[in-house]
Write a protein that binds this ligand. Structure first.
Ligand code: HEC
Length: 170
């Protein structure tokens, strides 16, 4: 079997290969976009700001508080917290007074409401009047956050055990 044609063919292939256009050079590391690992957080400018997160946590707490109020408090204090002769108002002008104004008050005698913590301690100990202390701390915080907001004590972050005492009622 003659070997020449095979050699010619091989040479032709090599020659052909060398005529291929030179490939564009690989980008150097400096030119490559930074690698993005799967599951890592997007750059800061694409993440919601911490104030946005705080606002949504607070909005959620108000919603929970509204539900807690409807279930555990409204039967006595009224649907809108307006009160009645047997139960003091918890929403509206004169609600959450620094010194008690409700004529039939017994439990609140001598208790001052200056900060959110004063109200929290009072409701956790005494409310709902017919089931004292029956809610979780988170539920007391939520119902209080809702009540403060209804009384125009506007919070800028979720009410917590840690910030209760820093929130002045007036
Ligand atoms: C069974 C009726 C009843 C229920 C339910 C009830 N309360 Fe009361 N609440 C009262 C009465 C009566 C007082 C007055 C107590 C006193 O000072 O002797 C009061 C007092 C208060 C006060 C103090 C108001 C003031 O001006 O002194 C707050 C705040 C309050 N309740 C919040 C709540 C919250 C929040 C809930 C639901 C978790 C709740 N209450 C459920 C009857 C009720």
């Amino acid at each position: 079997m003659p070997r020449a044609p095979a050699l010619v063919l091989a040479l032709a292939l090599v020659a052909c290969g060398s005529k291929k256009p030179t490939p564009t050079p690989m980008p150097t590391p400096a030119e490559m976009p930074p690698p993005v690992a799967a599951g890592t957080a997007p750059p800061a400018e694409e993440r919601p700001g911490s104030d946005v997160l705080a606002a949504s946590a607070l909005a959620e707490q108000y919603e929970v508080g509204k539900e807690v109020y409807a279930k555990a408090c409204a039967s006595c204090h009224g649907d809108k917290g307006e009160g009645n002769p047997k139960n003091p108002a918890v929403v509206g002008d004169g609600a959450l007074p620094e010194n008690v104004t409700f004529p039939k008050a017994k439990l609140r005698k001598g208790v001052t409401f200056q900060t959110a913590k004063d109200v929290f301690d009072f409701i956790k100990k005494n409310m709902p009047l017919d089931k004292k202390g029956s809610l979780s701390d988170d539920e007391y915080l939520a119902v209080l956050a809702w009540d403060l907001n209804e009384n125009k004590v506007v919070l800028d972050a979720k009410l917590t055990a840690a910030n209760l005492a820093t929130i002045k009622l007036r």
